[in-house]
Design a protein around this ligand. Structure first.
Ligand SMILES: [Mg+2]
Ligand SMILES: [Zn+2]
Length: 218
């Protein structure tokens, strides 16, 4: 081991909701040609990639249980997003989806009670187990309270983005995120400022990160 090399700070672990967080929400879409990054997502992914972040998507995809598309269609979406992330210098370490829905809402064997449909934390815990990730200082970013609850139950700090984030302080305690901001770029800046701050004693490393719109609501 090269002991006199400056020790590299491992990047942050960030779980990301897909629809309305990383990409624009087109309900039940699995066509890569109709996938567009959400506002701020391009730069966010680039910055997180630069910081060597471990990025994992965790998404509810009840369209499988509803018979709209198949797990294979979702693997295609996952591969496409992996290429998009790669093109921005980031690595999508995992693409985890819940294909289930409550019995009665679905049309096939996926219509079951499960432990992975957010707000349950099963997608996060499965990713941690598969990828050997530590939840210590991990984050979950999503655009609904279900993301917040799933992330928190798994042990992550949470950031809400998108329109619902504007009224996050009106949510009941359990559903309230640690931070609420407009988009994924602002979320990435919070994560990276925290990460830089935790890895160095130099507080000025936080630099010009835009913290004004950040609302700590817990
Ligand atoms: Mg969403
Ligand atoms: Zn599930």
């Amino acid at each position: 081991m090269a002991v006199n090399e400056r020790q590299r700070i491992p990047g942050p672990v960030v779980f990301l909701d897909k629809d309305g967080t990383v990409i624009e929400d087109v309900p039940y879409n699995v066509d890569p040609r109709r996938i567009r990054l959400a506002p701020g997502a391009r730069e966010a992914i680039r910055l997180l990639g630069e910081a060597d972040a471990t990025l994992v998507i965790a998404t509810n995809q009840s369209g499988v249980a509803r018979g709209y598309f198949t797990e294979e269609d979702l693997h295609t979406v996952g591969r496409h997003l992996g290429e998009v992330f790669g093109g921005l210098g980031a690595r999508l370490a995992g693409f985890y989806f819940c294909p289930h829905v409550e019995p009665g809402d679905g049309v096939n064997g996926y219509a079951v009670i499960c432990d992975c449909r957010k707000p349950e934390p099963g997608l996060v815990t499965a990713a941690c187990r598969d990828l050997g990730l530590s939840l210590d200082r991990a984050w979950f970013v999503g655009d609904t309270w279900m993301d917040v609850v799933a992330g928190r139950r798994a042990g992550c700090r949470t950031i809400m983005v998108g329109p619902e984030a504007r009224t996050a302080d009106g949510l009941e305690q359990e559903r309230r995120p640690d931070f609420a901001v407009d988009n994924l770029l602002l979320a990435a800046q919070i994560i990276l400022a925290d990460h830089t701050g935790s890895g160095r004693s130099d507080e000025s490393a936080i630099g010009e990160s835009r913290r004004e719109p950040v609302e700590a609501v817990r």
